[in-house]
Design a protein around this ligand. Structure first.
Ligand SMILES: NC(=O)c1ccc[n+]([C@@H]2O[C@H](COP(=O)([O-])OP(=O)(O)OC[C@H]3O[C@@H](n4cnc5c(N)ncnc54)[C@H](OP(=O)(O)O)[C@@H]3O)[C@@H](O)[C@H]2O)c1
Length: 263
């Protein structure tokens, strides 16, 4: 069977993509190959996904997904000279399509993506950008791969640093909020487990309400803020502590850091 996709890097993100592709019947297991330099990762992939081809050297494939850490991504691209694919999708943070293309054999169309960690449970959001030689068929292909682990938006590459600072780092901001709220419940006297359950339920329910109602977040906030009520007192404190401004500054700082790392 010819190889439809070679996944270079079968770690957390690579394994999540592989699981999504198989669950969505994107390809038969035997047409998917995983290349990983780590024997433990190869064993985990082989045990979790029987039938998937596990290799230690690049094999010819219709497309490659590059899911290794950014510091080894260019070296991994250079290794593909032995079996150049027609197209490559990179999920390595911060590495531009131009840098990847320079490390690849000539003629490989490059698409770069910024996914986020909810992809690990199929609920990610990714932005994709095509490099200089990528055409719409390459973007369609990349979108079909990433759609297996969540939703996908297409953007010019100049926006990818902002995407990194917003949705790439976004789960960490929300986990920080979750930690703070759980602590707040405990400090106000709730048992830790109950506080956790209440906070997780509140975050999941609020996210679903925001997504499913289509209402603006400000409208949903106003709907639970009665005049002189409890929520108004809480929101007043958050505004006094400049929480809104803190998030704006956090995204700006993460965006700038992404720019620095990509240089
Ligand atoms: N995890 C996320 O949620 C997330 C979110 C957004 C973007 N990303 C991006 O996804 C990429 C992968 O992240 P990850 O968390 O999945 O990393 P990871 O768990 O470390 O997985 C990478 C795997 O690739 C292996 N590897 C290293 N060099 C290789 C090579 N030349 N050829 C083949 N395999 C090689 C690694 O082995 P060793 O351990 O021996 O090095 C490891 O098993 C990163 O660039 C990251 O920026 C991840």
């Amino acid at each position: 069977m010819s190889t439809k996709l070679l996944l270079v890097g079968g770690g957390r993100m690579g394994a999540a993509l592989l699981g999504g592709l198989l669950n969505g019947s994107w390809a038969d297991p035997g047409s998917l190959a995983v290349l990983d330099t780590d024997a433990g990762a190869r064993d985990r992939i082989a045990a979790a996904h029987p039938g998937v081809v596990v290799v230690t050297e690049p094999v010819a494939a219709d497309g490659v997904v590059l899911a290794v850490k950014p510091d080894v991504a260019e070296a991994a691209c250079r290794l593909l000279a032995s079996a150049p694919p027609p197209r490559l999708l990179s999920v390595a943070a911060g590495l531009s399509t131009a840098r990847l293309a320079a490390a690849l054999p000539p003629g490989v169309a490059v698409v770069r993506a910024m996914p986020n960690t909810p992809a690990l449970i199929g609920a990610g959001v990714s932005a994709i950008s095509g490099g200089e030689t990528a055409v719409s068929a390459d973007l369609d292909w990349a979108e079909s791969v990433l759609a297996s682990v969540g939703s996908v938006v297409r953007l010019p590459e100049r926006y990818l640093d902002v995407v990194t600072g917003l949705s790439g780092s976004g789960p960490a901001y929300l986990f920080l909020v979750a930690e703070a709220l759980i602590d707040a419940g405990v400090m106000a006297g709730l048992p830790a487990e109950i506080s956790r359950d209440l906070v997780v339920g509140t975050l999941v329910g609020s996210a679903r309400l925001l997504a499913e109602s289509g209402d603006a977040p400000g409208e949903l906030r106003a709907a639970v803020t009665s005049p002189a009520g409890t929520t108004a007192a809480g929101i007043r404190t958050l505004e006094f502590k400049a929480v809104r401004s803190a998030f704006i500054e956090a995204v700006a700082a993460a965006t700038e850091r992404s720019r620095q790392l990509g240089r």
